[in-house]
Design a binder for this molecule. Structure first.
Ligand SMILES: O=P(O)(O)O[C@H]1[C@H](O)[C@@H](O)[C@H](OP(=O)(O)O)[C@@H](O)[C@H]1O
Ligand SMILES: [Mg+2]
Ligand SMILES: [Mg+2]
Ligand SMILES: [Mg+2]
Length: 319
């Protein structure tokens, strides 16, 4: 136990969150298997299911038990009287994380520096429509307001080939300074431009921004986590979303993983997203995520016209 105690707080949170995300994935699959999704309408085009509620209870209860002094912010507003089942409490670590040396920059991080952003089920609308590979569980780690790592658990990975529900799923994690694990990192094809964007929250501004890029292909899919997976697996060069609506819990884990691989996620103006505990939860000025911080990111940023930027600023002012 002593060797575990000597690990950095950052590695411990990641190692714990990996196992917690897998349990949340079990919950998400179980609710689907039972078939009663318990859908609640939270607003326009914004659903919550029993799986969102149970998975968030699992994640928050487990993380706050293990790390009582860190800040944890989850997407769902839950009933404090919800029943927490015993097996939702995860206290184990993914031991493989401790084979890595914590990057020096994260060695002295303290509880007060940390905010964990939790999206218990990203892609809820797609979950209710049976687009199961769009669904992820996101646990993002921010330190002093910046996303530095995270877990993207995809509970239905392989569902088109694998019929045994208990064998489904994969867990990708990353930490800036260390890299990302649990999948094969690929660069997107050279000589063409592929972008991914929303399938269910489109707008004239988003379409105008995509037209200006003149992409060879547009992948309209659900889930912020899923879109960033497309970028890190080389299926898209960029996730383009010049609109408000995406939240900090949608972007923190994907940003942490993407950055650990040399990619970048910013708003449409190229500014870093901030993840302090008192920050506005909405990414008001949109999201751009690209596979490469140095060349692709400036290229896509340069394609946002003044009209697209003005539209985002005017939406922000109306809030
Ligand atoms: O966790 P949920 O509510 O499913 O997260 C949403 C995001 O908030 C939303 O931005 C995404 O929109 P698009 O798919 O239209 O880009 C949605 O897919 C979910 O990830
Ligand atoms: Mg939601
Ligand atoms: Mg989400
Ligand atoms: Mg969600």
């Amino acid at each position: 136990m002593l060797w575990k105690m000597s690990n950095s707080l950052v590695l411990k949170i990641i190692a714990s969150s990996i196992n917690i995300s897998k349990q949340a994935g079990v919950i998400v699959r179980d609710v689907m298997k039972k078939g009663d999704l318990g859908v609640v309408d939270k607003g326009i085009n914004d659903l919550q299911t029993e799986a969102d509620r149970r998975a968030q209870n699992c994640i928050i209860t487990s993380l706050s038990k293990q790390f009582p002094k860190i800040s944890i912010i989850g997407e769902e507003t839950l009933d404090p009287n919800d029943k927490i089942e015993d097996h939702w409490m995860v206290t184990t670590y993914d031991e493989s994380v401790f084979k890595h040396k914590c990057p020096e920059e994260w060695l002295n991080v303290t509880d007060e520096d940390i905010v964990v952003w939790v999206d218990p089920l990203d892609g809820t609308s797609e979950y209710t429509q049976g687009l199961l590979d769009h669904v992820t569980v996101l646990i993002g780690l921010s330190v002093k307001g910046r996303a530095i790592g995270g877990i993207i658990h995809q509970p239905f990975y392989n569902y088109e080939k694998e019929t045994d529900f208990s064998k489904l799923g994969r867990t990708i994690w990353g930490l800036v300074g260390l890299g990302a694990f649990g999948f094969t990192h690929k660069q997107p094809p050279v000589g063409k431009v592929i972008v991914t964007t929303t399938r269910s929250h489109s707008s004239a501004t988003i379409n105008a921004a995509i037209d200006a890029i003149k992409p060879d292909e547009v992948l309209r899919v659900g889930g912020a986590g899923h879109k960033v997976l497309l970028v890190i697996e080389g299926k898209a060069h960029a996730y383009v979303f010049p609109s408000r609506g995406c939240k900090k819990w949608d972007t923190c884990a994907p940003e942490g993983v993407l950055q650990s691989l040399g990619g970048r996620l910013t708003d449409v103006f190229g500014a870093d997203l901030l993840y302090d505990k008192d920050v506005n939860h909405t990414n008001e000025l949109g999201v751009l995520a690209t596979h490469d911080a140095l060349t692709a990111h400036p290229f896509f940023l340069s394609k946002f016209t003044d009209d697209v930027k003005a539209s985002l600023l005017s939406q922000q002012q109306r809030v």
